[in-house]
Design a protein around this ligand. Structure first.
Ligand SMILES: Cc1ncc(COP(=O)(O)O)c(C=O)c1O
Length: 380
C-alpha cells in the first residue's frame, strides 16, 4: 500500500481525462446535460454528485484506510449524517467529554426526538460496558477529547462494539487521518471536522465521514443527498489542496506542540498541563500505542478566569479565536467559547473550569511561539 503522503497527493486525483489537468478541476456546476430522455447518466445533479467532491471523498477514504468517504459542508453535518443511523427509541453510549456543539446536537436535538444517551468516562472501557443496555445501538467517542485531552482505547472500544453488535463512531478531528486511523482498530465509522487539520488554513468549513461498512455507507450516502448539506466544489478543491501537505503540517504541529508542552509542564505557575505527549499524561502509554504522534492541541489550567484573561491577553502570535488545526496558532477559552453550550455543572465535572485555556499550536517558528508563551506565563 502506498504511504500516507503518496495517497494524499494521488488518491482520487488522476490527471483529468479531457485536458490532462494535473490538478482536479473545480466543477462549478449545479447540473449536467443529459443525452436522451430516460437514459441514466452518472452525473445528474450537483447535490447528488460532483466530480471535485468525488475526488475529495476518494482521497479522504484512502487517508483513513476506509472504503467509502463522504464529505459534508461542516463537521456538524457529517456528525448529523452518521448519527442518523440511530432512530427514536435507540440508546447511545457517548463520551462525557466532547466538542460542545456535538453535545448540543445530542442533548438538544437527538434527545428531543427520542434517542436516549448515556454519557460515560471513556478512559475506562468498563464504563462503556456497564452502560450498554438492551436498546443500545451505537457507541460514540472523541479521542483525544476536546478540550481535556482524555483518550479512549480504540482497540478496546472497537472490540466491545463488535462483541455487542453495536455501531461505533469516532470523531478523529483532533488527530487528523495522519496521526490516527480508528478504522484500523476495529471502529466502524470515522467522522471529521475537516475545518480543522484537514483544511489546515482556517479558510474553509467542512466535514467528512469514512467507513468500510457497505451497509452504513449506503445509508450515509442517502442521508448526504437527502439532507443536502454538501460542500461547494470550491471548498472540496481547497480541501484537496490542503490534504497534500497534511503530513508535513502535522509533523510540524506535533514538533512545536511537544516543545511548548514541555516548557509549560516545567513551569510551576500552571496548575495542570494536558497533553498526551507528556510522560505525566495518565494515558501516555495508550497514546503511544494508537497515535503516530501526539498532535498540536494542549490545554492548560491557569487557576482562574482572571489568570486565563491575563495569559491570553499577553499573547501576540496565538490569536484568541474559536477553531483549531490551522497553520496559525490559536488560543481559546472553552468556557466562554467552544463549550459555552455545555451546562455549567457538567463542565465542572469534566474539569472545564473558568481557568482552562486551550492552545492550538501552529507551525510558526517555535522560538517565536515560546517567546509568546513566556509572555503569557509572565502575565500570570
Ligand atoms: C472535535 C470536533 N468535532 C466536530 C466539530 C464540528 O465541526 P464544524 O465546526 O466543522 O461543524 C468540532 C468543531 O470545533 C470539533 O472540534
Amino acid at each position: 500500500m502506498p504511504g500516507f503522503s503518496t495517497k494524499a497527493i494521488h488518491a482520487g486525483q488522476d490527471p483529468e481525462s479531457v485536458t490532462g489537468a494535473v490538478t482536479v478541476p473545480i466543477f462549478q456546476t449545479s447540473t449536467y446535460a443529459q443525452h436522451e430522455l430516460g437514459e441514466h447518466v452518472k452525473y445528474d445533479y450537483g447535490r447528488t454528485i460532483n466530480p471535485t467532491r468525488e475526488a475529495l471523498e476518494t482521497n479522504l477514504a484512502a487517508l483513513e484506510n476506509g472504503k467509502y468517504g463522504f464529505s459534508f459542508s461542516s463537521g456538524m453535518s457529517a456528525i448529523a449524517a452518521a448519527m442518523s443511523l440511530v432512530k427514536p427509541g435507540d440508546h447511545v453510549v457517548a463520551g462525557t467529554d466532547m466538542y460542545g456543539g456535538t453535545y448540543r446536537y445530542f442533548s438538544r436535538i437527538l434527545s428531543e426526538v427520542g434517542v436516549e444517551f448515556t454519557y460515560v468516562d471513556m478512559r475506562d472501557i468498563e464504563n462503556v460496558r456497564t452502560a450498554i443496555g438492551p436498546k443500545t445501538r451505537l457507541v460514540y467517542s472523541e479521542t483525544p477529547t476536546n478540550p481535556m485531552m482524555n483518550l479512549t482505547d480504540l482497540a478496546a472500544l472497537g472490540a466491545l462494539a463488535k462483541e455487542k453488535g453495536l455501531i461505533s463512531i469516532v470523531d478523529n478531528t483532533f488527530m487528523s487521518p495522519y496521526l490516527q486511523n480508528p478504522l484500523d482498530f476495529g471502529i466502524e465509522i470515522v467522522v471529521h471536522s475537516a475545518t480543522k487539520y484537514i483544511g489546515g488554513h482556517s479558510d474553509v468549513i467542512g466535514g467528512a465521514v469514512v467507513t468500510s461498512n457497505a451497509e452504513h455507507a449506503e445509508k450515509i450516502k442517502f442521508y448526504q443527498n437527502a439532507y443536502g448539506a454538501v460542500p461547494a466544489p470550491f471548498d472540496c478543491w481547497l480541501l484537496l489542496r490542503s490534504v497534500k501537505t497534511l503530513a508535513l503540517r502535522m509533523r510540524a504541529h506535533c514538533e512545536n506542540a511537544q516543545i511548548i508542552a514541555d516548557r509549560l509542564h516545567a513551569d510551576g505557575r500552571l496548575k495542570q498541563v494536558y497533553y498526551p505527549g507528556l510522560a505525566s499524561h495518565p494515558q501516555h502509554e495508550l497514546a503511544k500505542r494508537q497515535m503516530k504522534d501526539f498532535g498540536g492541541m494542549i490545554s492548560i489550567e491557569t487557576g482562574s478566569l482572571e489568570a486565563a484573561k491575563r495569559f491570553t491577553s499577553a499573547l501576540q502570535y496565538f490569536t484568541l479565536g474559536e477553531s483549531l488545526g490551522g497553520v496559525e496558532s490559536l488560543v481559546c477559552h472553552p468556557v466562554s467559547m467552544t463549550h459555552g453550550s455545555v451546562p455549567e455543572e457538567r463542565r465542572r465535572e469534566l474539569g472545564i473550569t473558568d481557568g482552562l485555556v486551550r492552545l492550538s499550536v501552529g507551525v510558526e517558528d517555535v522560538a517565536d511561539l515560546i517567546e509568546d508563551i513566556e509572555r503569557g506565563l509572565a502575565a500570570l
